[in-house]
Ligand binder design. Structure first.
Ligand SMILES: NC(=O)c1ccc[n+]([C@@H]2O[C@H](COP(=O)([O-])OP(=O)(O)OC[C@H]3O[C@@H](n4cnc5c(N)ncnc54)[C@H](O)[C@@H]3O)[C@@H](O)[C@H]2O)c1
Ligand SMILES: [Zn+2]
Length: 362
């Protein structure tokens, strides 16, 4: 199953995303078609290399790195860049990022600045990377002051997705990825919402056919949005569904709550706000909540996190405009709206509805 991403500008800014189980055996063949005669060089997440090196990519020149969010920084980019220089990679080379979102972001960033920019191919191996980070061209690394503060837009020249990689993904990463799947379905694909409702057993059992379909559908939604708004000036903001509340919760917990779980809590908060504003029906809100729960995702703010601390986080959300807060409101499946407000009281009221301390008459 292929999705074509066609970006405004010159012809060479179009690329394809291929998605099918077993595709890993044909990655090299495909990449050679796009980059004939080029030197292909893989940078692998070390864990992924250990398990999956017998795919066709294992035959290529490579280096591995021990990926982690803590090491998603400039120092890693420098270390990797120096290794590439030592190995003699030049402007005619192509980097291939094999791993989760951390590897994709780091290698994409490195490719965008290595010798003023060389092509990057994305081979995403986590659910988050397959449905979200590998398509769209955002790259970057963290600073001590915050996540993804240094980065570029550098579209990949090809994205190869093999859902079979997901069979070795630890449960917590799988379900965090499901938070982004639910997000993508709700903002752009009513049929996918139905699939998530009806086929949860097969999805949770990671049956390949059904994984292939949900990943393909998510990529299609993401590609459609990126094509409409490559640099997130407007339409692309809907991809932040659940992320305004989610980031604030994540930050208030000093990042002890993993991103996907914070997004799940954030989506329910966005749903509660939408309910308050009369934008979502109680039935649709109940479906959203049910979906989060059936995919083992949290929907309540942990009791120990204070509402005051979460509220202070809203001010440092780098995506806010001036003093306005921007929320993406879920409406019926497949539909969202953008809501801009200065009303922190309304935000506080919503947070309280998701906080155990303010429930059951406590
Ligand atoms: N660029 C974008 O548009 C975008 C979008 C969303 C998220 N992100 C970024 O993505 C990152 C999170 O990505 P992630 O959740 O993939 O994290 P990750 O890359 O850290 O991967 C999660 C864990 O799974 C392991 N792993 C990867 N593939 C595996 C496999 N097939 N089997 C077993 N283990 C495997 C990794 O070694 C790691 O321990 C964050 O840094 C976030 O900022 C970027
Ligand atoms: Zn996210």
């Amino acid at each position: 199953m292929n999705v074509k991403v066609v970006l405004k500008g010159s012809e060479d800014r179009c690329y394809e995303v291929h998605c099918s189980a077993g595709l890993r055996h044909f990655f090299v063949e495909q990449i050679e078609k796009i980059h004939p005669g080029k030197r292909l060089f893989c940078i692998w997440d070390e864990r992924v290399y250990k398990t999956w090196k017998d795919s066709s990519l294992g035959e290529l020149e490579n280096l591995t790195w021990r990926s982690s969010e803590e090491r998603k920084n400039l120092s890693t980019v420098e270390t990797l860049g120096r290794k590439l220089v030592k190995r003699g990679l030049d402007r005619g080379s192509v980097l291939i990022a094999v791993g989760g979102g951390v590897t994709g972001d780091v290698v994409g960033f490195l490719a965008s600045i290595y010798m003023r920019g060389i092509p990057v191919v994305q081979i995403p191996t986590t659910l988050v990377a397959q449905v979200d980070s590998s398509v769209g061209g955002k790259t970057g690394v963290d600073l001590p002051e915050g996540k993804n503060l240094l980065g570029t837009f550098h579209q990949p020249s090809w994205v190869g997705i093999d859902p079979e990689f997901l069979t070795t993904l630890p449960d917590n990463f799988f379900y965090q990825g499901m938070a982004e799947v639910i997000k993508t379905a709700w903002l752009g694909d009513e049929e996918l919402v139905e699939m998530l409702r009806n086929q949860h057993d097969q999805i949770k059992a990671r049956q390949l056919k059904v994984l292939e379909e949900i990943v393909y559908k998510c990529v299609s939604v993401k590609a459609r949005i990126v094509m409409a708004d490559e640099r997130e000036s407007n339409v692309r903001r809907v991809l932040n569904l659940g992320h305004t509340f989610g980031h604030a919760v994540e930050q208030a917990s000093n990042y002890s709550i993993p991103h996907g779980y914070a997004v799940a809590i954030g989506m329910r908060c966005a749903g509660l706000l939408s309910l308050e504003l009369g934008k979502i029906s109680p039935e649709d809100f109940a479906t959203l909540e049910w979906l989060l729960k059936i995919y083992n995702l949290p929907v309540q703010i942990p009791e120990e996190l204070s509402i005051t601390k979460i509220l202070s986080g809203f001010y440092s959300d780098k995506k806010k405009r001036g003093s306005d807060l921007i929320f993406i409101l879920p409406e019926r499946p497949g539909r969202t709206s953008i809501y801009t407000t200065k009303d922190l009281k309304l935000v506080e009221k919503t947070l309280k509805k998701a906080h155990p301390k303010f429930q059951n008459g406590k």
